[in-house]
Design a protein around this ligand. Structure first.
Ligand code: AMP
Length: 279
């Protein structure tokens, strides 16, 4: 496994390997877990060379405190990546990526950016678009892998690729969960023991909401979810929303012609967790 911190040396290596090989790319912010590894394993199956980036991107954090507290476990990450035979790891500094201008580009994602996460995380998707576009320009992968765990992000990246004519195939990957249903996330490591025991409630609730959406409309299901969280003093519901999978616009009723998904964001003390389920 080769590890590069500099763009130039990474690009030289990729260029020398590219001929006849397909390059799969998995961008991450590190603090790796089985969810990340599932993306990398899929990329390994579908490409000859897999590049993983580890970069905690400052421009996508709307809260400084969240950026500072974001878990960083680079030695452990590298040993995990080695154990699953990752080919290349890119670990740039913020300076290498942004030079002296740590700022987001402004994007128009045709409104996807104003829904759900966009209402609560100011500038987040401009930050995501900026870093993913930059990493695509550096790595120039054939395929790039993103988790459905961050479903809105996945749709926004698809939109960016389409609008900016970026020659990469974006592949969405299933959500990887703990045995108790909790969606794996780097942030889970920051949960207190007390909170860790209650957070499986998030997936349990959206799974039940899915069942209810068969007979009840979106408003009734949302009211039910909001009420359930009122009985959970350790968790604070930020939003629950049923939305169209493509447009991410709110859906009112179940319609067999429309693919919809339930999205949720919850605070467990200061740790913000998101999840979603296809309905
Ligand atoms: P992050 O390091 O949180 O930026 O995540 C890097 C990539 O891994 C993103 O495409 C995420 O959607 C994906 N990812 C994170 N957690 C999971 C999970 N539990 N299951 C599937 N993909 C995930």
């Amino acid at each position: 496994m080769l590890v590069f911190a500099k763009i130039k040396s990474l690009q030289q290596k990729i260029k020398s390997l590219k001929k006849g090989n397909s390059i799969g790319f998995v961008p991450t912010m590190g603090a790796l877990h089985e969810g990340h590894l599932s993306l990398i394993k899929q990329a390994k199956k579908e490409n000859n060379i897999v590049v993983v980036s580890i970069f905690v991107n400052p421009t996508q954090f709307d809260k400084k405190e969240d950026l500072i507290n974001y878990p960083k476990t680079i030695d452990y990450d590298l040993s995990l990546l080695k154990s699953i035979f990752c080919d290349i790891v890119f670990t740039p500094t913020a300076e290498e990526i942004y030079a002296d201008n740590i700022q987001s580009q402004l994007f128009d994602f045709d409104g996807l950016e104003y829904q759900m996460e966009g209402k609560f995380r100011d500038g987040h998707f401009n930050g995501v678009g900026t870093i993913v576009k930059r990493l695509f320009e550096i790595v120039k992968p054939h395929k790039a892998y993103f988790g459905e765990k961050d479903y809105q992000q996945l749709q926004i990246i698809r939109k960016m690729v389409e609008k900016h004519l970026i020659p990469v195939r974006v592949i969405g990957c299933d959500i990887f969960r703990e045995e108790d249903g909790l969606a794996m996330s780097s942030r889970n490591s920051r949960l207190t023991k007390k909170h860790r025991t209650v957070v499986p409630f998030i997936y349990k609730t959206i799974k039940y909401a899915k069942k209810k959406f068969g007979t009840k409309n979106a408003l009734e299901v949302t009211n039910w979810v909001e009420n359930e969280f009122k009985h959970q003093p350790l968790l604070k519901l930020e939003y629950f929303e049923i939305a169209d999978e493509e447009t991410l616009l709110p859906v009112k009723n179940k319609d067999p012609k429309q693919k919809s998904r339930a999205f949720i964001a919850v605070f467990a003390d200061k740790i913000r967790l998101i999840d979603n389920i296809s309905l």
